[in-house]
Design a protein around this ligand. Structure first.
Ligand code: GDP
Ligand code: MG
Length: 163
């Protein structure tokens, strides 16, 4: 049975972009509007020969600010509950925002290894966000560009001992 990796993080950080890159097919919808991934998606991923099952989270349908965090939390908890590893993505260009900190608090209470991932880190634009993320308490982030395929070797090295 393949190990399971869940991609978690607030809307628009690039979860579906990473999912698509790892699965190698456009199974998840990528969109500039936050929250367009309507269903939880699962696929078979391959990363430099490392094979695992991957879950893309964000199955909420409305953008109501009152209900969004609750639904995100449900999604995250359901995915993380069956995962061997959680990939916790943030937007390195945007830096750490309160919703990232809230997700970090849920993840600390979940009984799962967490790999922190600084996405959108192509170029040097993500440096400040990378430094800010150290305060989340998950160690040095893996710097990645899901869109451009940069940093995949570092992601492999972070996942290898956990799968
Ligand atoms: P999700 O809501 O977390 O699933 O995020 P998406 O995968 O739908 O991506 C949200 C937006 O970020 C889209 O416009 C993507 O093209 C963009 N994006 C994703 N990954 C990267 C990246 O590595 N670099 C940059 N600059 N943009 C990215
Ligand atoms: Mg998505």
């Amino acid at each position: 049975k393949l190990p399971v990796v869940a991609i978690v993080g607030r809307p628009n950080v690039g979860k579906s972009t990473l999912f698509n890159r790892l699965v190698g097919k456009k199974l998840a919808l990528v969109d500039d509007r936050p929250g367009v991934t309507r269903d939880r998606r699962e696929g078979d991923a391959s990363l430099i020969g490392l094979d695992f099952r991957i879950i893309d989270t964000a199955g909420y349908e409305d953008h109501d600010a009152q209900t969004l965090p609750g639904r995100m939390r449900q999604q995250t908890e359901a995915a993380v509950g069956q995962a061997d590893v959680a990939l916790f993505l943030f937007d390195a260009r945007a830096g750490i925002v309160p919703l990232d900190e809230e997700i970090a608090r849920w993840l600390r209470t979940a009984d799962v290894p967490v790999v922190l991932v600084a996405n959108k880190a192509e170029g040097r634009a993500g440096n400040d966000g990378v430094l800010e993320s150290l305060a989340l308490g998950f160690g040095d982030p893996v710097e990645l560009s899901a869109e451009h395929g940069e940093g995949m070797g570092d992601l492999f090295e972070a996942l290898l001992p956990l799968l």
